[in-house]
Design a protein around this ligand. Structure first.
Ligand code: NAD
Length: 248
């Protein structure tokens, strides 16, 4: 489970533990490790943009738990709707590398590292997409294209890994988390939930008339991890967006 230290990932970890799953939590910062260990997780510290992080997580699942049933690729960064006209060409290059490295290459690395172990268990990959995997306006050009590409990746890997391993995604709508931006855009310290006016503006577009809490999405991660309850589901990305995509 990547991006396990905060937000949606942290909520999914808690839900998986309540479902009696054994969890390898992948976190970027060492400071996040102790709390997750105290909750019963194995912890791997690393950058999802490095293949070694995914390989280390898979190896830890095998060593500690005897195998891997689901690889959840959830880590991601945003771009705070930054328009490309407001980025210099150098910034655009650096921000492209940074955002696609986390949001797309991180998932590719996870799938590549996990496929051998997942074929042994007939397990699955679950990726966190976004409403921005389906519509314009869920971010800027870089975030939106990274999440559309992720949806394509889910579909393609589903065909490559079938029939042994299912590959699916969950696509949240606006959710109250501290989602950060790209450092190449000067946004590494910015947090989505610190911007009340942005959150209010998002809420006004949502038919369900509220911003999601991370816990709103966790049931889909349980469903998609289940060999029995979603046995025939692969290549799908399930919106969990309060109807946002219908309304825009
Ligand atoms: N919050 C929303 O409104 C929203 C909407 C749609 C999709 N999402 C997606 O949900 C996922 C989780 O985001 P969140 O909202 O819970 O925010 P979050 O910031 O709480 O979670 C993202 C996690 O990814 C980790 N991460 C970022 N870069 C990393 C890297 N290079 N290596 C390892 N870990 C890294 C962060 O440390 C963080 O724990 C992301 O993929 C995001 O794009 C969020």
């Amino acid at each position: 489970m990547t991006g396990a230290a905060s937000g949606i990932g942290r909520a999914v970890v808690h839900r998986y533990l309540r479902e009696d799953a054994q969890v390898v939590a992948v976190v970027r910062d060492d400071g996040d490790a102790a709390a997750l260990r105290a909750e019963g997780c194995e912890v791997v510290v690393g950058d999802v943009g490095e293949y070694a992080t995914a390989a280390g997580a898979v190896a830890r699942a095998r060593d500690a738990f005897g195998g891997l049933d689901a690889y959840v690729a959830n880590a991601g960064i945003w771009d705070f709707h930054k328009r490309i006209e407001k980025q210099t060409p150098d910034q655009l290059t650096a921000a492209f590398d940074e955002i696609f490295r986390v949001n797309l290459l991180g998932v590719l690395f996870g799938a590549r590292a996990a496929i051998g172990a997942l074929r042994e268990t007939r397990g699955c990959v679950i990726a966190t997409g976004s409403n921005a995997s389906f519509r314009a306006g869920g971010g800027g050009a870089l975030y939106t294209s990274s999440k559309f590409a992720l949806r394509g990746l889910v579909m393609q890997l589903a065909t490559e890994f079938a029939p042994d391993v299912r590959v699916n995604g969950v696509a949240p709508g606006a959710t109250a988390t501290g989602l950060a931006g790209a450092s190449a855009l000067g946004q590494a310290a910015r947090r989505l939930n610190a911007d009340a006016s942005r959150m209010d503006a998002m809420r006004d577009h949502i038919p369900m008339a509220r911003i999601a809490q991370p816990e709103d999405h966790t049931g889909l991660y349980v469903l998609l991890a289940s060999r029995t309850d979603s046995a025939y589901v692969t290549g799908a990305m399930f919106l969990s967006d309060g109807g946002l995509t219908l309304a825009t």
